[in-house]
Design a protein around this ligand. Sequence first.
Ligand code: SAM
Length: 472
Amino acid sequence: MYNPKSMKAEEFISHEEILDTLEYAEKNKHNEKLINEILDKARKRNGLTHREASVLLACDLPEKNNEICELAREIKQDFYGNRIVLFAPLYLSNYCVNGCVYCPYHFKNKHIPRKKLTQEEIKNEIIALQDMGHKRIAVEAGEDPVNNPIEYILDSIKTIYSVKHKNGSIRRVNVNIAATTVENYRKLHDIGIGTYILFQETYNKDSYETLHPTGPKHNYAYHTEAMDRAMEGGIDDVSLGVLFGLESYRYEFAGLLMHAEHLEAVHGVGPHAISVPRIKKADDINPDDFDNGIDDDIFAKIVACIRIAVPYTGMIISTRESEECRKRLLNLGVSQISGGSKTSVGGYFNPMPEDENSAQFDVSDRRPLDEVIKWLMQLGYVPSFCTACYRSGRTGDRFMELCKSRQIHNFCHPNALMTLKEYLQDYASDETKKIGYDLIAKEVEMIDSNVIKEKVEENLVKIEAGSRDFRF
Ligand code: SAM
């Protein structure tokens, strides 16, 4: 029944295969010989199968766990260097016809204020986001064919790309909307979205159906096969995720990797990124009502194991997590974070009073973007506002090839330094500026290729003089 090449959800995410994997992992969790073999394979930086990675996740030998974390750090450094890409979510509408039991946007929630931004309001949100320094956003919306039809999403994306305020611009719009048709995915592709993001929530079909009792999202197969339709519609950068806390984390981990294997087997390209959200308190949602919550140590182990299993797939952590937790995960494999986020509809332009709050969940890391940037640099990271790859046609398998051969550094690192310089010039506080300029000088000095170094130096001078949007 298990067939990674099948186009049927229940065959590429086979329940039996996941159960066998969990049994195999449990049986071998102290099998040092096998664990060493898996770690040796992982050191080659070509990834692991869901079975192998599940053994590492189950392993509770302290010494081996240290090795796993160390390897995750090394792999992260190899593929992503010290760069961290920044983005912000933009909530367009919280109208929703689904009954997801963990989300306050569920249609039975009659007291949460329902809001849908007009195109004028979207412009205001984008100006506020540009004034913070953001260049990359993830559009979010509930599922509601009447209030949020695809035409509304497309109009909104057009508006977002059209706003040019001072030196600001949103250069990449990623989209996190409900599973839809090939035709609609083609429309999203044609309008120039970056990544299509859809969280599976849970890979366990029975739990999925219980957690999504009503509405179009109830259909497990339609939801799970969405990435295949997105790829058929021409979107070759897709981003996976599960909502940790809904189901057993080992089940989700195996399912997530099987999904990645399926995309690679069928489309020749795995997921561009994987998100690792944990369920949070929200309007009428209490995370304690869900039995499968995971603590910070297990969460960190999951991140390390994902990093080892799919080295060339980006990993995203949002402001659902605290500063402390994000710091730990950055070190283990996360390559992209949100900053200065608002999860309410219209929250950037007009932060709402508590009782008018339309937020999807409570944010733990509430620091302004400038503080997040300063903090990243103080931790030794280079914050990046780069959006170059998809604008230069480096998507899907073209991106993956560069990533797997590690040539992507030659693009990402210069682009990170140039976009950081733009940020510092246009938006940073004096203290952040000072730290940033020193960091850029140090990083430029370390560029190996003289050709690239000279070009970066030349562009940095032009940025200082007011020019914008250079890219490799
Ligand atoms: N409506 C779209 C869909 O169905 O996929 C977009 C999703 S929603 C705007 C973004 C994500 O937020 C969801 O996929 C879910 O995983 C997450 N989410 C919902 N409720 C949450 C909660 N209480 N805590 C943390 N994340 C939550």
